[in-house]
Design a protein around this ligand. Sequence first.
Ligand code: UD1
Length: 432
Amino acid sequence: MSQYVVAGGTPLVGEVEIGGAKNAALGILAASIMTDETVTVENMPDVRDTNVLLDAMEGIGVEIHRPSRHVVNINGSRVRNVNIEYELIKKIRASYYLVGALLGKYREAEVPLPGGCNIGSRPIDQHIKGFRALGAEVDVEGGVIRARAEKLTGAHIYMDVVTVGATINIMMASCMAEGKTTIENAAKEPHVVDVANFLNSMGAKIRGAGTDVIRISGVRSLHAAEYSIIPDQIEAGTFMFASAITRGDIMIRNVIPKHLESISSKLMEMGCEVDEFDDAVRVVCARGLRPTQIKTLPYPGFPTDMQPQAGVTLATSGGVSTITESIFENRFKYVDEVVRMGADIKVEGNTSIIRGVPKLTGANITAPDLRAGAALVIAALAAEGCSVVDAIHYIERGYEDFELKLKHLGARIEKADGETEIRKQKLKLLSA
Ligand code: UD1
């Protein structure tokens, strides 16, 4: 397992370029196998989750070419089988998108059930409900989901909870079904819209993505497309909070400010200055932070994927804040770690009560999952002294060149692999 060695206490200042949205990329990659023609996807983030999915797709016969780091050409005409047998795919949540894509095109799919971040129980009942409504037989046995249909027929589907994954999966499964499908109470996240736009660029007929009613008219086939993925809302938000917690000044480029509104509003309530430009936001935090109340909600509410970054930042504010996590029950696992850095946080049920402290101090901490891992890194950057953040493979699932981007902003952070290197990097950072 690799670690980050971090010497904290330096405000982050400068510019950072945001990459393509990981969660949109995962849906788009799966959807790209629904045509026999070649699809070109640009602004593809080079992170572990997307690379694992690409490997799994190659494993069933999809041809993949990567002419450059952020561009990928995909041709799904030679898919040999619809049975994904790939140990690693269980580790990424979005493996289930292959069910929607394969079922939609081949009327059959067999995919190991998803793992992903351990942030709470993650049922797939709404995905199954949707596939069944379209006419598929679905069973889950031995950790594998199998879906099969003679014929898929459009249906009226009401989502009992707002779910990003099921909304995207049903859009894919239904876009070549016979007739019309309506998804009610659909998720409105930017990546739902991005996957819909991508499918439409391949000839699908999806209307209403971004609202809570999505209407899909089935088409016979999909065709080639060139598409550029939207910027990553959560990577951008992480750098916005990195600026706040280190009392920095960061210009975050290649973003869609509209997607960041809930994050910008909270940072302004906390006393930061947030300036919006066409495709950039600047977050300046010149003084102490004010406390606030946050509740995670589906888009356009405050994203659950930003909750840990907000939590560690509020731990350094001048008062009492609360965060209520309403999407995933197990998302406070970073709290024990940041408490070891001197934070004063108590968790009661799905709410954390955060009493701001004047400073955090460096400690040896372990990333419990992807976003919590990133949150602990930004906490370490604000803390006095040296920290070692272990299990950074979680962070690498969703952040491209994280430490390089932070270094570019003046962070003192190095990657290490084991005790000897940790000692070496600590000496290097402390003597600099
Ligand atoms: C996606 C994101 C994840 C983000 C989450 C919420 C990807 C790859 N991951 O996850 O980073 O944190 O959206 O924005 O895009 N639920 C059910 N039944 C289902 C499906 C979901 O009850 O069949 C519940 C979940 O337990 C959760 C809520 O619905 O409480 C939202 O989950 P969902 O939006 O589906 O999350 P993911 O798509 O897994």
